[in-house]
Write a protein that binds this ligand. Sequence first.
Ligand code: UDP
Length: 456
Amino acid sequence: MEKQQKSSHVVLVMVNFQGHITPMLQLASILHSKGFSITIVHPEFNSPNPSNHPEFTFISIPDKLTESHFSDKDAASPVWSLNKNCAAPLQQCLEKILHSLHHIAAVIYDTLMYSAQTITEDLGLLGIVLRTGSATTMLFYPAFSQLDEERIGIIIGIANTCFLDFVYEIKSPELEALQLKRLRALLSQNATKAMTEVRVAFANVLKRSSAIIVNSMEFLELEALSKVKQYFPAPIITIGPLHKFAPAVCSSLLTEDDKCISWLNKQAPKSVIYVSFGSIANIDKQELIEIAWGLSSSKQPFLWVVRPGMVSGSEWIESLPNGFEESVGERGCIVKWAPQKEVLAHAAVGGFWTHCGWNSTIESICEGVPMLCRPFFGDQYLNTSSICNVWKIGLEVQNLERGNIERTIKRLMVDMEGNGIRKRAIDLKEKAAFYLMEEGSTSCSLNMLIKRILSV
Ligand code: UDP
């Protein structure tokens, strides 16, 4: 594909959660390689390190977020506040860029920063949204798009009924396998006022943007994509998996501990269970203890990521039970943060116990690693359902009790019962590799995006 002139300028509006930073920087890197110059506008909290990306211009805007926003039980609260607090500074920032450059080819914003959509529209700019989750999650949003501000306060219960009606329209086997009706109960649990408002905003931003970029592969979510395309008028551009197009992007907020790679080098092929619950999910002390004993009695080597502060009330792993370290010896390796993509691609790794964040899910699929699923919140439940019921490449850990953990690890990694799961995971990796190699599908999506950007 022809490189564009450096004068075509794209502004990316990023939200600084790890699972959102990574795909946004990967997209930035891809567009930069095609000749676009890139400015990244982001809130102040969790700022990425600009010196890792000298090719981009970074602009930070005030977000007025405090610790209390993140400790709020309502997961929507920081997102809601972020949009409220960042709207005016973002508008000023875009006006300033426009004033100095005279032209912005497109503004690409994360769905979480939905306030960018109206600002972009008001400034007469092309607005494109990046979905960092699966295409399947978009099935949820049509149910929320009809709600106006006034009705949101009283509509929470009804919103879930709307969703149920929507679910009844689903006829295809793949979508039925997702067990969306079961997930409805989880939606009701989360239906606070802020959450409902945020969902309405997501639905509207997806409806009103000029294009929707999804970090996925067509073949992986074929039926969901075809359903979603009926509801959203904007073209849906599946450019994924982004980490395969921009593998060198350095985006970790925490320092990756490489010593786990030398430890992996000493382990037998496909023997290691890699355990990581991503960048946000927390566990309590008792859960840490159950996981520790479950891993110990599974007899499988394990690489376990425990982030500092991930265990409520602990600095790091000081709550590990007495006798645990002696019982596992060299068979276990615990780190604060791992080079995950390298870990998943390592020959010694035979299973991934994950919280099923979308990035982790798609990274695991690309390396053919079967998964144990322990979702914590949001789209992780839906991803679990795709992994266990649609692609059938994983098992759900139903409860965090040591005996159950031990049995589920064995079922996934060694038992005959896991043969089919392990084989399907390899098959899916091969399909993904073929999809990536194939002339057409991916470069066609990228061309579509570039055409869209240059169309204004
Ligand atoms: N990750 C990593 N090292 C770790 C744990 C996670 O590099 O020790 C990366 C992982 O590769 C993924 C991202 O952090 O790209 C987590 O994103 P995901 O969507 O899976 O979950 P989230 O953190 O948003 O809950």
